[in-house]
Design a protein around this ligand. Sequence first.
Ligand code: PMP
Length: 287
Amino acid sequence: MSRIVYVNGDYIPEEQATVSIFDRGFLMADGVYEVTSVLGGKLIDFAGHAKRLERSLTELDMPAPCTMDELLEIHRQLVEKNGIDEGLVYLQVTRGSDGDRDFVFPDPETTKPTLVLFTQNKPGLADSPAARKGAKVISVPDIRWHRRDIKTVQLLYPSMAKMMAKKAGCDDAWLVEDGFVTEGSSNNAYIVKGNKIITRELSNDILHGITRAAVLTLAAEAQMEVEERNFTIEEAQQADEAFTTSASAFVMPVVEIDGTKLGDGTPGRIALRLREIYLDEMRKAAV
Ligand code: PMP
């Protein structure tokens, strides 16, 4: 069934949706995005995603295409028009098109940003077989640019990292820089030792995950200890558990790193508990 998508003010069938070939998102990856999950037809942590979007736009001197209240309304309309119960809403803002290609940013007074949103229907997103099995990851060098805190659409290397993982018979890749894990290809990375959850601290080296923020708060509320510091692949391989977080996969247990099984090779107790707490609490707060 054809989706109804949103492009610059219009709700239209996906086949009719177009963006200029001169759009800077297409030519220069001059764009930012957000992915918000939908559970029970409601948006999970929309406020967190809206706040990070505003930050990404500010960091890149890109004008906001509309207010965050208007964005919420567009999200809701798309969820309703496409009958999404479980799935995702993808949002992308680019610096738009001034009808040519130039490294210089166009004048924001005359060139308006492009705003595109579409839904992805994903029945079974919460009750995921992948989460029951756990993910196998490989490590790859982190050769991305140094403003990973900005959620840009420059996803070629993360996409290549994912392909390297697939080729190795695994599910995902953890990125390593100066000997330490930065994050996953499209998620934040954690290890668990005893009752302690360890994850890299926030900086420009990693994306400030909206799920990370929620999970760390919920972990502290559940009396789990949280330590924000660097860790190596070797330390991760010897940890009791590991997991990742992202808006689209929530809390995903990791059961193998570079061929080394963690514990008995099944999803860890703390990862599964956090997944349950996260889903429960976020469903309650969904809008
Ligand atoms: N790091 C990277 C590189 C990502 O692409 C993502 C997902 N977009 C995350 C972390 C997780 O962020 P969030 O919890 O906001 O989805």
